[in-house]
Design a protein around this ligand. Structure first.
Ligand code: AMP
Length: 224
């Protein structure tokens, strides 16, 4: 990106998604002396200013954060491990686990469905998910045959209407599964959000980036 800050300093662009990642990143930005001046929940702007004229924030879909950073449209960003595994991480430096937006990726089924016996009997399962790469790897490692059905949202609906036998989704409190009469039958992995940095920006803008990365690292260690 060609934005230049005051005094001709390179502009730093941070890619974030709305919601939990944005909210959990604010204290980390604060620790680096950066305050975002607009609220993405009430503003329709997609490029937000901060109190530092040299730093701006792009609001993008969670699954698009790695793409903006990979291509250098953003210098750095925050993305969940779930999203990074699907993206593949190409062109991204991932220096810090920020320990924010913690949740888990799990398999869930209709309350009446006996998942363990279906797996034991070698049944072929229909699995609906947004996370097809992670799901494929998980079931392959267990030797379970699956037909993956790619969805882009509301995975919880799929077993309810007979589209699939199971879903692979991220679970936080479990409230969404319970509300839809689904049960979590297997945890695939713990998830948290990571800082990702464009590899070229890391070299060319190191002086501007380094203090921010260090402040993020210190603040995230305090998250426990
Ligand atoms: P919960 O009802 O608290 O288990 O939250 C589950 C719903 O929120 C699911 O639809 C998830 O897609 C979404 N969700 C919860 N935590 C996260 C997270 N850290 N990152 C992305 N999506 C999440």
């Amino acid at each position: 990106m060609t934005f230049n800050g005051v005094h001709g300093e390179p502009q730093l662009i941070l890619a974030l998604s709305k919601g939990r990642i944005f909210e959990d990143t604010l204290p980390l930005l604060s620790a680096a002396g950066i305050e975002v001046l607009e609220n993405p929940e009430t503003s329709r702007k997609l490029i937000l200013s901060t109190n530092d004229p040299g730093v701006r924030v792009l609001i993008v879909r969670a699954s698009d954060v790695p793409t903006y950073v990979q291509h250098g449209a953003a210098d750095f960003g925050v993305a969940g491990k779930d999203v990074l595994l699907e993206h593949g991480g190409e062109g991204l430096y991932q220096p810090i686990d920020l320990r924010i937006a913690q949740c888990r990726m799990s398999v869930a089924v209709n309350a009446g469905f006996d998942y363990d016996s279906a797996v034991r009997q070698g049944a072929r399962l229909r699995v609906a998910t947004k996370f097809v790469n992670t799901a494929r790897e998980h079931f392959a490692s267990k030797g379970v045959h699956v037909d993956l059905i790619k969805l882009y949202g509301s995975m919880e609906l799929a077993p309810l209407v007979g589209l699939s036998d199971a879903i692979v989704d991220v679970v936080s409190t479990g409230g969404t599964l319970r509300a839809n009469n689904l049960v979590e039958v297997e945890k695939i992995m713990d998830i948290s959000s990571r800082l990702v940095v464009n590899q070229a920006a890391l070299k060319l803008k190191r002086e501007r980036l380094q203090p921010i990365l260090e402040a993020f690292e210190r603040a995230s260690q305090r998250q426990g």
